[in-house]
Design a protein around this ligand. Structure first.
Ligand code: ADP
Ligand code: MG
Length: 232
């Protein structure tokens, strides 16, 4: 079985000459189906850059990226967009919900972009939102939801098209510790690890180590195995 994601010696430099910043420096990793991998490291160490590359939101300056064993090099914009829509799911620290749309519309819009409309899509939206405890909040706008609720909507949106890999950038970073704990619980249960879904979670929250298979450490753009394989 091939890895869901493979990075081979990926680097990213922002800017040029004196202003150049090497945000990621020859990072390599493999994520297997069903694996939960944490990426930890100080602020400015390149975590968001690394995750954006893994999520096809940012092009690396060097190196190779494979999704399900296929190289991204040479894929068209359209094929990349399809991968982002069907294979990957994103969760951001600041939720990034569309403020004019209700909770359920935020979920439905990404299904619609993937060609899923009508009754089946509507039912699936209700199911996901209910499972995440948002049954009574479906018609609320993001502004009328708490931080924890907004992040749960963002999780629902990330799950909408049943992706193989979830990429989460400091998903509890804006939440108080109790709400963060609840959101973390959803990464553990209810996000479908049973179905072989993989996750890369960037976090400062050591609580996540409890649910992770591996921890990777990033420092000055260099990636290394952190605590190694966690013994549960
Ligand atoms: P982290 O998420 O670990 O805080 P980032 O990936 O955001 O780290 O940033 C890594 C480095 O790259 C930092 O030095 C940051 O200032 C720099 N950087 C990030 N984004 C940009 C950008 N768009 N242009 C220039 N430099 C950037
Ligand atoms: Mg960051």
């Amino acid at each position: 079985m091939s890895s869901i994601l493979e990075m081979e010696s990926v680097s990213k430099t922002y800017g040029k000459g004196h202003a150049a910043v090497q945000a990621v420096d020859q990072a390599s990793m493999k994520i297997d189906p069903g694996e939960i991998v944490l990426v930890m490291g100080p602020s400015g160490s390149g975590k968001t850059t690394l995750l954006s590359i893994a999520g096809l939101l940012l092009k690396p300056t060097q190196g190779r990226l494979l999704i399900n064993g296929e190289s991204i090099n040479g894929k068209s914009q359209r094929q990349m967009a399809d991968l982002r829509l069907h294979t990957l799911g994103f969760i951001f620290q600041a939720y990034n919900l569309l403020s004019a749309l209700s909770a359920r519309e935020n979920v439905e819009i990404v299904m619609s972009m993937a060609g899923k409309r009508g009754k089946a899509a509507s039912q699936r939206t209700t199911e996901i939102l209910e499972k995440l405890g948002l049954g009574s909040r479906m018609h609320h706008l993001p502004a009328d939801l708490s931080g924890g609720e907004k992040q749960r909507v963002a999780i629902a949106r990330a799950l909408a098209n049943d992706p193989q890999l979830i990429l989460a950038d400091e998903p509890t970073g804006n939440l108080d510790s109790k709400t963060g704990e609840e959101v973390m619980g959803l990464f553990c249960h209810g996000m479908g690890r049973e179905q072989g879904r993989s996750m890369i979670i960037v976090t400062h929250n050591p609580e996540f180590e409890r649910i992770a298979d591996r921890v990777l450490w990033l420092e000055d753009g260099r990636l290394s195995e952190g605590n190694g394989r966690i013994q549960h």
